[in-house]
Design a protein around this ligand. Sequence first.
Ligand code: NZQ
Ligand code: ZN
Length: 385
Amino acid sequence: MLNFSFYNPTKIHFGEDQIHLVANEIPTDATVLVVYGGGSIKSNGVYDQVVTALTKHTWFEFSGIEPNPSYETLMKAQEIIEQKSIDYLLAVGGGSVVDGAKFIAAAALYKGEDPWDILVKQHPVKQAIPIGAVLTLPATGSESNGNSVVTRDGNKLPFASPLVRPQFAILDPKVTLSLSERQISNGVVDAFIHVIEQYLTYSVNGKVQDRFAEGLLQTLIEEGPKALHPETKADLAIRANIMWSATMALNGLIGAGVPQDWSTHMIGHELTGGFGIDHARTLSIILPAVMKVKRNEKREKLVQYAERVWQLTDDNEETKIDKAIALTEDFFQRMNVPIRLAEVEVTKDNIDGLIERLKQHGMTQLGEHSDITLEVSRKILELAL
Ligand code: NZQ
Ligand code: ZN
């Protein structure tokens, strides 16, 4: 396996009715800004629980962070941060809210001219306001990683810094019961593909990472469809398994010491930036095509994936790979997400524009071998039609 340093200091409080623990995690002398999205936390009771937990704190609020958070919205928080001398952010919501809080936290203490440079020029974050998170949508892993994705004028760009990793995160599976079926599907599929991006590369004999990854994939395959089924969708044990899988999928553990791909994500970001397609739905379209185009480079891991995740042990290698790709597509379809561009009304005529966007964003050497050039990305998009 490759050398690595692993450090994940996010303290997790997992389980039902844990939101009150916010009170113990944020210093009582802190001035807190509670940041949230479009209001789901007001209708499902999460907001009230947070308000009760913050009784002894001085706190203010900033709302309206949209899915795929925009730079413009996030910059609006700077005024209240300055006026009220905010020194702690509490993100209450899904990945967009947590990612948004991370950018707000870094932008507030940025010394350069324009905080957009953190994303577009990858200027390193040197300071950030501390963050805590109450997660309401299991998907991104943002609650215990240092990553964030922000959009401006259709440009969806990531940045990462250990300084924006939440200090603590509350994960109550009960709060996921108010999610729409679409958001449940998106979350399961996003988490599944986070695991794949760190697993389906080439072998470095990272047995622990591989087996953790395979366990997470199997859990998501088992539990994901149950969370959509009318008879089991309210089962909190199922929700808990999905929630913990999504956190473990992108908290640094399974990616330590192994090569990583992320081409599906980078191509997917252009589909969201260009056409507003939900993040997970871009991934379910692109991943099968990546598997097909990079079949030879990923051969050893594709066979391992077929054998260990899908229990395909009887066939020859080629058939195992074919079946594993087909079963992956079948799983996505059972989760009600698209697997072809045609399903989201993106056509051959849109491919030139997507390739141009990848070029503009410097996404010209993607994948674990940096060999997914613009030409290869074109092949992937064509195969996804
Ligand atoms: O805004 P509100 O009203 O809260 O509604 C949200 C939003 O409309 C709703 N929602 C969240 N929790 C709910 C709920 N509705 C009812 N009940 C609840 N308990 O769900 C909608 C979608 O929320 P969003 O936060 O956008 O979803 P998700 O968690 O999937 O986050 C997606 C964002 O994360 C980025 C994506 O690119 C996208 O911008 N990612 C972040 C990553 C990271 N930080 O590591 C990695 C990922 O690959 C991803 O790129
Ligand atoms: Zn993702």
